[in-house]
Design a protein around this ligand. Structure first.
Ligand code: PRX
Length: 650
């Protein structure tokens, strides 16, 4: 019995790579050795080997003005050409780039030659619409091929894309359009989700009406066939413009530090940050990690990353990494359980997927449904599994490896962030002994450490703060329009070391275990949400006087949003059923930010726990939300308050 408890508390399982896997593995010991001996030389070699440069670079890293790094900055390249034209020129035009699967069951196979031609057409249309180098284009699309075509067309002409996840609300879209001053929005009439068409174009119209007026045109893909409002002169159909445009397009090179995209992510304040990534360094590290962490053999593998292009995982491991490496991949439009709960496994069987990259939340929800669902399909094509977005608990890791992977294939847990652009910590399949629950080791060429609050390295098993100690090629180059916030958020704490915002510990083998965020950022289903953003949405509701939000642990989604709200006295009298107020506030947050931000619970309370200086003690609310004994309350202004709140919550 004691032994079992020990197993549960401290994960001690280890899995050595099979000799067969190791023998064919892409990554080898030399990589790590080369990176250790000459880190910058290693990255320069990767940049030259993995990418085609219009003008070769001679400088690898310029770190003379930290935290503003420049990588390969006297070199020039075109990102889209690296993802497309060069593969066609190398005779791979007939290789399938995308096996696209629509939710209703329609599908399209798109070769590299076809994808290249469509990107060239779209690039010509963008230019005709007046979009030029450095201009911002917002992309608000479902997971359809045109999302990928749009991103690459923007990159091809040296413009900057800002993809906004299709689940975000009109308000969220409007604030992102305004912050980036986007001149073009690319959207669709609607997309499929859970068997229904959800409209997108009407949300775009609603958003544009709220912006300061930067948008000149809206390019609309027809997908849902739903009726949409139309503004003549401003709105254009994709099928009436792109399909008719010339497929001739000469791409020019841009400097390696030319901005490639902005992607908004939640921070500790109410306002999302526009994370800026540039071209040469970003593409180098995404291509390197996609090849080595996923053991990519592009001639034979079929790769599938289930992320939406609205998130960083979709940018780096649906669009740029796989396409730069000439991979064949699956892109699926819909939800995992439509029209039946085995849909993903049906897709794996249909396309003989060999590499699958997904999030622990998805794995845990499949675990709940039971192994009989995946077991009804032939999953023997799978040879590598990846996980991303949140810590994967050892039980989910083991289930993933056994039930999905058949028991013997590698599972790589990859730690990284919107800001890091590419994978930073992961096992290298074929080399690293795998340890369920640990993200394990920094990839070659990446240096991380774990520090205490005062900046001293934490030795041994004690936990601390995860930092990246040296600049890396795919690092964020800043926050759009806000260099001060960039410095403050990531660099002020430890000088020239990047503060990731995650807690971590290192075990006696040197393997890293992630312990969750140390700031007010929540991680729900692998998506980042800010407590402050949801709180400000709640207080914007006319019924709310005060609100506090916490991320409480949740069996399926990792964390869940739990809110505590004090109603205005005038309202509290009027509303006799707290359940009604709670439902209304959940709906309100979902409408204001997007469905992913909808609180799991909204508790209507009379008080919030505050310190003498008036600061809300979220730690105590988290204890309550997680059903734990309430922690130390001695710093509260009124130490009895938690009893009152507990009684109300029950
Ligand atoms: O807390 C970490 C968690 O997700 C955060 C980054 O979120 P985002 O920028 O949305 O990017 C997610 C996809 C890369 C991190 O600060 N996180 C990400 N991967 C892992 C993880 N936590 C534990 N283990 C991981 N593998």
């Amino acid at each position: 019995m004691t032994v079992q408890i020990d197993h549960a508390l401290e994960e001690i399982r280890r899995f050595r790579p099979s000799p067969e896997f190791a023998a064919q593995a892409v990554a080898d010991e030399h990589l790590a050795e080369a990176a250790r001996t000459d880190r910058l030389g290693f990255w320069a070699d990767q940049a030259r080997e993995l990418l085609d440069w219009e003008k070769p670079f001679t400088r690898t890293l310029d770190w003379s003005n930290p935290p503003f790094a420049k990588w390969f900055d006297d070199g020039e390249l075109n990102v889209a050409v690296n993802c497309l034209d060069r593969h066609v020129a190398a005779g791979l035009g007939d290789r399938v780039a995308i096996h696209w699967e629509g939710e209703p069951g329609d599908s399209r196979d798109i070769t590299y030659a076809e994808l290249t031609a469509e990107v060239k057409q779209a690039a010509n249309v963008l230019t005709e619409l007046g979009v030029g180098e450095g201009d911002r284009v917002a992309i608000y699309l479902p997971m359809i091929p045109e999302a990928i075509v749009s991103m690459l067309a923007v990159a091809r002409i040296g413009a900057i894309h800002s993809v906004v996840f299709g689940g975000f609300s009109a308000d969220s879209l409007a604030s992102r359009i305004d912050d980036a001053e986007a001149s073009l929005v690319i959207t669709a009439d609607g997309g499929y989700r859970k068997g229904k068409v959800f409209p997108l174009k009407p949300t775009v119209d609603e958003a544009i009406a709220k912006t300061a007026g930067s948008v000149q045109h809206v390019l609309v893909v027809r997908r849902g066939e739903n009726e949409v409002p139309w503004t003549d002169g401003r709105d254009l159909w994709w099928h009436e413009t792109v399909a008719d445009a010339s497929a001739q397009h000469e791409a020019q090179g841009f400097t390696a530090e030319h901005p490639l995209f902005i992607l908004y992510t939640s921070g500790t304040t109410g306002k999302p940050k526009g994370i800026l990534h540039t071209s040469g360094g970003y593409l180098t590290q995404v291509a390197f990690t996609h090849k080595n962490v996923f053991d990519l053999h592009p001639e034979t593998d079929v790769y599938w990353c289930t992320a939406d292009v609205g998130w960083i995982t979709g940018h780096s491991y649906v669009v740029y990494g796989p396409l730069a490496n000439g991979a064949t991949q699956v892109v699926y439009e819909g939800t995992p359980d439509t029209p039946h709960p085995g849909r993903w496994w049906e897709i794996v069987e249909k396309y003989k997927v060999s590499i699958l990259y997904t999030a622990p939340t998805a794995i845990r929800s499949f675990m709940k449904l039971g192994r009989q669902i995946p077991q009804a399909f032939n999953l023997r094509s799978l040879r590598l599994l990846g996980s991303v977005g949140e810590p994967i608990n050892p039980e989910a890791w083991i289930w993933y490896r056994h039930v999905i992977g058949g028991g013997s294939i590698p599972v790589v847990d990859t730690w990284w962030q919107t800001e890091t652009g590419a994978i930073m910590i992961s096992a290298l399949p074929g080399i690293t002994d795998l340890k369920p629950g640990s993200a394990q080791v920094p990839i070659p060429g990446i240096s991380v450490d774990i520090l205490s609050d005062d900046g001293t390295p934490v030795e041994g098993e004690g936990g601390g703060l995860l930092v990246v100690t040296e600049p890396w090629p795919s690092m964020l180059r800043g926050i759009w329009g806000d260099p001060e916030r960039f410095k403050e958020t990531y660099w002020e704490k430890f000088g020239d070391k990047y503060f990731a915002g995650d807690g971590a510990r290192r075990d006696e083998d040197g393997d890293i275990w992630l312990l969750g965020r140390v700031d007010d950022v929540m991680n729900v289903s692998g998506h980042r949400l800010s407590t402050a953003e949801i709180e400000s949405s709640l207080v914007a509701h006319p019924w709310t006087a005060e609100a506090a939000v916490v991320g409480a642990s949740d069996e399926t989604t990792g964390q869940a949003v739990v809110a505590f709200v004090i109603l205005k006295a005038s309202q509290a009298e009027r509303i006799n059923d707290p359940a009604e107020a709670s439902e209304e506030l959940r709906r309100h947050v979902s409408a204001q930010i997007g469905a992913i931000a909808r609180p799991r619970q909204v508790f209507i309370v009379n008080e919030l726990p505050k310190t003498r200086s008036g600061k809300i003690m979220r730690r105590l609310l988290r204890d309550l939300a997680e059903g734990r004994e309430i922690g130390d309350t001695t710093t509260l202004a009124d130490t009895s308050i938690m009893q009152v709140i507990s009684a109300q919550v029950r």
